[in-house]
Design a protein around this ligand. Sequence first.
Ligand code: CDP
Ligand code: CDP
Length: 232
Amino acid sequence: MSTRIIIAIDGPAASGKSSTAIRVAERLGLQHVDSGALYRAATAARLREPGERDADRWVEADVLAAARRLVRLVPSHRSFLPQLDGQAADQEIRSGDVTARVSAVARMPGVRAWVNEQVKATATTHSIVVDGRDIGTTVFPEADLKIFLVADPWERARRRLRQRLSHEPAEREIAEEVDRLMHRDHRDAQQSGQASDAVVLDTTHLTQAEQVDRIVALANAVTHRGDGTSGP
Ligand code: CDP
Ligand code: CDP
């Protein structure tokens, strides 16, 4: 086993990947990397350039040029976070405009190579918990632990809305969000994968704390198995 630890957390939209990954990273003293945030940042970068509304005509070279010019993956306390033009841009990368366009951007092979290069670079200096769609299958097939998070679509939609809104969502709002999530899952299917050696965790009836506890326990079992090392 290498001295650096890599934990991969994959799963569909709003299955709880990022919020779980950061808590797991905190508990284990690792660094969190949100690969989806990089796809979102590339999309937001392209949206800052001319022709931004005409997403059907976006070409890979322009998306990549905007991403290379504007996006930097910067280490903060527990996470590597993408900055846009030197500024934190969490709200911008999670806007509806970005969410509607990100799946198409993520299908561009050059953009995938650009994201993967940066994600892999983090593992040369840190032990990491990485979340995304293809981390256990493509980016880090050698990961020490692979988790595949799933949850019932209705519950995923309810959680995503509660995260975004200040009130408990109505049934109609949840139904509309289910449609959006299913549409995105469908569009992402080509670039998503469940590794054959991933542990599948259905979080529909788990609390956030329970799902974090389970992953921490699995990680401890894996990392204390051999020489007891657990990198920085
Ligand atoms: O948080 P949410 O599940 O809504 O999405 P995200 O993790 O922020 O990812 C945004 C988008 O990036 C996804 O809808 C995929 O199109 C893409 N993505 C990908 O293709 N591969 C990854 N490893 C991570 C994200
Ligand atoms: O990264 P991904 O899109 O997969 O999901 P997320 O943004 O980490 O999680 C979506 C929301 O579900 C967050 O507000 C979580 O706190 C919440 N949640 C959860 O992930 N698991 C639970 N058991 C309960 C709530």
